[in-house]
Design a protein around this ligand. Structure first.
Ligand code: GUN
Length: 295
């Protein structure tokens, strides 16, 4: 069993990006600039955005955090997005999800300039992804592809089962694993809350990508020997005995499933750290595209 080590791989990627940024600086070029908009005070969202900003500092990017109160109206948020779209200093930006109830998320995501949409959530970019055109692939799916690629995990002709059809992970992952090329060329089954007899499906899978948010959902008796497991679940379980007051766990019963798996991502330290590295990669790509367009 081989651990797909997202912590190490994301560090490798950050080091590669740091080198490219140092070269940009040495050549007197503008360095990539990422902005993150966060509305409200959700603890997990603040932690994620904080990590994204720190990661920018580490690789030498410029970063801007835009913090708005929980009471922000949709109009106010759309105005903020327009400013970021129009600001030539900003290469890419993200609007951290979830947004407060008074704001229509789809409307907000559609207001982001697709050329600055480093989350890859705009319908234009999502459509481009489905059509094999150059785009920004959403960071979590992009991170999973990168792990499969760097560890040389065979995907061609394999049966990939995706659990969960979220717009951020499950849906894009089901498209990407079926695309032509590597990683891809898989036969994909997308399962969700209405799927019947899920064990019958998972027990035939060569690769399982689970993004449910239900701790310990995937058990050893649901998988076959030598399965590849990608665990995208990140759940905070309250635990008084820990200093933080919680621990992080995934969708997979790691202790037992890992004994049957050929490759497996741990939680924490698997897909999670990759997401931030790939957001940086998308921001670098945005900068390179903007520079090419300015010539
Ligand atoms: N909330 C959970 N994951 C993400 C993500 O990848 N991007 C944004 N913007 N919000 C999120």
């Amino acid at each position: 069993m081989i651990i797909l080590d997202g912590k190490k791989t994301s560090n490798d990627i950050k080091n590669e990006i740091t080198e490219i940024v140092q070269e940009m600086k040495a050549n007197g070029e503008k360095v990539p600039h990422l902005a993150a908009v966060i509305v409200g005070n959700d603890g997990a969202s603040l932690t994620y955005v904080g990590s994204k900003v720190r990661a920018c500092e580490r690789v030498g990017f410029e970063s801007t955090m835009v913090r708005l109160p929980n009471t922000t109206s949709e109009t106010e948020l759309l105005k903020e997005i327009k400013q970021l779209n129009d600001n030539p200093e900003i290469d890419g930006f993200i609007v951290q999800l979830p947004l407060p109830k008074q704001i229509d998320t789809q409307k907000v995501l559609m207001a982001v300039d697709p050329d600055k949409d480093v989350d890859g959530f705009h319908p234009t970019n999502f459509g481009r992804m489905a059509l094999d055109m150059s785009t920004f692939i959403p960071a979590t799916p992009f991170g999973i592809l990168e792990l499969l690629d760097r560890y040389g995990v065979e995907t061609q002709g394999k049966h990939t089962v995706v659990i969960g059809r979220s717009h951020i992970v499950g849906r894009p992952m089901s498209i990407l694993m079926g695309r032509k090329g590597f990683p891809g060329n898989s036969t994909v089954t997308l399962t969700h809350s209405h799927t019947k007899n899920i064990t019958q499906i998972t027990s035939q899978a060569d690769i399982i990508i689970t993004a449910l948010g239900v701790p310990g959902f995937l058990k050893a008796e649901m998988v076959k020997d030598d399965v590849v497991i990608i665990d995208v679940g990140i759940t905070r379980v309250p635990d008084e005995s820990r200093e933080r007051g919680y621990y992080i766990t995934g969708d997979v019963d790691f202790e037992h499933v890992s004994k049957k798996a050929s490759y497996i991502t741990p939680v924490p330290g698997g897909v999670g750290p990759m997401t931030i590295a790939m957001l940086l990669k998308n921001t670098l790509l945005a900068r390179e595209r903007h520079r090419a367009a300015a010539k």
